[in-house]
Design a protein around this ligand. Structure first.
Ligand SMILES: [Zn+2]
Ligand SMILES: [Zn+2]
Length: 304
């Protein structure tokens, strides 16, 4: 059985964000809304509950692994359930957790694209730094949409999809986008044929993306912001969601509309701390419920 464990359901900064006093962050701290804490974006995938693929390594990984004891099988004095790590992009909130895995017994198997590898050996040279600790065993994810398997992760295969977005601010090619800066991943149980599409950062949807989304059993997609100008209306920044590579949920052409004709399980993940859907009693959350859309929480388990 394909099992997905949500380690972190928030966007960069987590929820509440340490330096933020926007309505939703403040509401969490003073308990004026019924929201729950969320750590930064990461999931784990397994078919045997012992060997897990970690997808994205969040700066909150220490807390996430303390909270999710199933990722420590305890077979030897030094052990981990993390068999390999896969990265969707090279963003800070998806990669800095690699530093916290430096005590790994052997070279850490790492799956990412050439472009992500470039960033992580230049602008943010975390892979070079890890050479002084466990080191990584890099497996390049080709961007040609071929299914591939990961040794140790039994009965599951993966297919990358290049998506439109941007390299991180620190990247030497920030203003010069390349295919493979950002990918989404389809995960398939080879025994049951069940599939999940995971894309925590999804800007504009291309026809190919829609085609793939229409064909899976479960979607775990970009839930960053409710409106495109949310950072501005909440008074915390000037950037539009679209400028950060995210599609807002509400309005014409928004994620709710994109999801409305699909009848698979639909889950939003990578929720920004400004998003009103963090409040379970909000009208926005009711709108999602009416459309059959769930909001991921840390610790959520999905079995297919
Ligand atoms: Zn992120
Ligand atoms: Zn906030």
């Amino acid at each position: 059985m394909l099992k997905i464990l949500v380690l972190g359901s928030a966007a960069g900064g987590g929820y509440p964000q340490w330096n933020c006093n926007c309505e939703t962050c403040r509401g969490r701290r003073d308990n004026s809304i019924n929201s729950i804490d969320r750590t930064q974006s990461s999931i784990a995938v397994s078919s045997d509950n012992i060997n897990w693929l970690l997808i994205n390594a969040s700066p909150d990984i220490g807390q996430q692994l303390r909270d999710r004891k199933e990722l420590q099988p305890g077979r030897s004095l030094r052990d981990t359930g993390i068999t390999a790590v896969m990265l969707m992009d090279s963003q800070i909130d998806h990669t800095t957790g690699l530093l916290s895995l430096r005590e790994h017994n052997t070279r850490l198997p790492l799956y990412c694209t050439q472009m992500v590898h470039n960033d992580l050996t230049s602008g943010f040279p975390v892979l070079n730094m890890l050479e002084h600790y466990c080191g990584v065993d890099w497996h390049k994810i080709d961007i040609d949409e071929q299914w591939f398997a990961i040794p140790g992760i039994e009965n599951i295969e993966f297919r990358p999809l290049v998506i439109d977005s941007k390299a991180p601010p620190y990247s030497p090619h920030r203003t010069d986008p390349h295919p493979g800066d950002n990918i989404a991943i389809t995960i398939r149980d080879t025994q049951t044929g069940k599939t999940v599409f995971y894309s925590p950062g999804l800007g504009g949807l291309q026809d190919r993306t829609r085609q793939i989304m229409a064909d899976v059993d479960c979607l775990m997609v970009d839930g960053t912001t409710w409106t495109n100008d949310e950072m501005q209306t909440r008074g915390v920044g000037n950037k539009l969601a679209s400028e950060m590579g995210h599609l807002q949920q509400s309005g014409d052409g928004g994620m709710i509309e994109e999801l409305s004709n699909l009848d698979c399980r639909k889950i939003l993940i990578h929720i920004n701390n400004t998003n009103p859907i963090l409040d379970p009693d909000s009208v926005e959350r009711t709108t999602l419920k009416d459309h059959g859309i769930e909001v991921a929480e840390d610790g959520m388990q999905i079995e297919l």
